[in-house]
Design a binder for this molecule. Sequence first.
Ligand SMILES: Nc1ncnc2c1ncn2[C@@H]1O[C@H](COP(=O)(O)OP(=O)(O)OP(=O)(O)O)[C@@H](O)[C@H]1O
Ligand SMILES: Nc1ncnc2c1ncn2[C@@H]1O[C@H](COP(=O)(O)OP(=O)(O)OP(=O)(O)O)[C@@H](O)[C@H]1O
Ligand SMILES: [Mg+2]
Ligand SMILES: [Mg+2]
Lengths: 252, 252
Amino acid sequence: KNRVITIANQKGGVGKTTTSINLSVCLALLGKKVLIIDFDPQGNCSSGLGIPKDKNTIYEILLSGKNVDECIIKSQIENCDVIPANINLSGATVELANVENCNFYLKKITDQLKTRYDYIFIDCPPSLGVLTLNGLTASDAVLIPIQTEFFALEGLTQLIHTINIVKKDLNPRLQIEGVVLTMLDKRTHLTDDVTKNVIGYFGKKVYKTMIPRNIRIAEAPSFGLPVVIHDVMSTGAKAYQQLAKEFIDGEE
Amino acid sequence: KNRVITIANQKGGVGKTTTSINLSVCLALLGKKVLIIDFDPQGNCSSGLGIPKDKNTIYEILLSGKNVDECIIKSQIENCDVIPANINLSGATVELANVENCNFYLKKITDQLKTRYDYIFIDCPPSLGVLTLNGLTASDAVLIPIQTEFFALEGLTQLIHTINIVKKDLNPRLQIEGVVLTMLDKRTHLTDDVTKNVIGYFGKKVYKTMIPRNIRIAEAPSFGLPVVIHDVMSTGAKAYQQLAKEFIDGEE
Ligand SMILES: Nc1ncnc2c1ncn2[C@@H]1O[C@H](COP(=O)(O)OP(=O)(O)OP(=O)(O)O)[C@@H](O)[C@H]1O
Ligand SMILES: Nc1ncnc2c1ncn2[C@@H]1O[C@H](COP(=O)(O)OP(=O)(O)OP(=O)(O)O)[C@@H](O)[C@H]1O
Ligand SMILES: [Mg+2]
Ligand SMILES: [Mg+2]
């Protein structure tokens, strides 16, 4: 194993953080050793798992040379660790902007940690700037959450274009791990239209498991818990457990 | 009137574009002359109103000196014009980064157009970078959509901090126009908790009109229509009409 996977999509609010948290936790519950790197200055991944983010974050490792072991925090779930992020990380966007090899900073860190984990997931902010480029450059693959709504289709060409540029210029091994459809709402044709579009675009890369819109998913982070702990019987929890199984099957 | 208002929040998917489109259109239907400037490279505002965005966009005016009149497009709704955006605008982030007065580029344009409209709304991307800073610098006020979900609370301190910096260093007249709560879901306590929090933080600035989660709102852009045209009887349409009235009342 020892794979690094970036979770990216520049469209906002499509379920990047929710997927980072819940897929990682479900894999950990299946016995995989997982690390989540919160790479969004909003720090939603950290707070969604109840992880303190006031100090010892990814920013301190990247730019002030702090020892990575001091920033790895064990979550409440066995086998699932987190390196938190906070608003300081938005400083990195400016500090890295004109530095040579600015897109390789995160890779230096993930290369050190890779052998300790089965999977390292990187949660990105809603943009295609230096933070997401660092994630894509450090990764073996990218997992793309796509909300089944009209606006979510607009940015896909640009996202694929960026992935191809990174593959060409920065990281030749980068692949698309998979595409997961999120926030499905059975009550509307909108979902069907978007779903058909996405499958037409990505084919077999689209996971069969689709994540329904489920209020328990939105509630869980306010308790600092993944949905599979907050409400294991919910359709949201079952969907992410299913996704984790499909993800592992795809690996073999 | 002649007011310029930026719609901003760095959290993704909270209803910035949806509010830009539907508030503008409802004001236009009440007889106000409105211009929407799409200032997000995703170009969701443009496509949500069925506006072509392949050429003559805000990017061409900002950086290649195109005549602004060539880029103002009349929407299907009387009194509502749009200046579209497309992915080229993401180039501006790089091109403006090291330029002196890089935050004043949009203001040069809105200053020319102000007297032609009652309101100019600027739809921003999910970040606090140079595009949103241009929006805040060009504006009389900022309108903040906040999704009633846990993650949406995290970035508020940073957003207010940025507004205060812009007010101090770039635009002393900048005020908070108002805060609108979006995607309310009556079925969960989560909404109540977040709502209480937001009212505690912003007090009277929070509009009494709250926008419910309503599937018609999410469907409308796929027809290139605002919700009040797509389905005027929907709870979503009624809420935005109500918001427009409250917005105007607040002006007087
Ligand atoms: N399947 C779902 N059902 C219901 N709510 C969901 C679902 N997935 C995510 N959410 C909620 O929708 C909101 C947006 O999700 P999330 O924050 O994970 O998206 P994101 O892509 O990480 O956003 P950003 O672009 O700001 O980083 C959150 O409040 C989250 O709790
Ligand atoms: N009240 C609502 N009810 C249901 N769906 C909504 C509502 N408001 C917005 N949406 C849908 O939620 C998604 C996110 O909204 P929108 O794109 O307007 O947010 P945004 O803040 O502009 O996102 P971004 O951060 O990517 O610019 C869209 O698919 C939109 O159609
Ligand atoms: Mg996120
Ligand atoms: Mg938007």
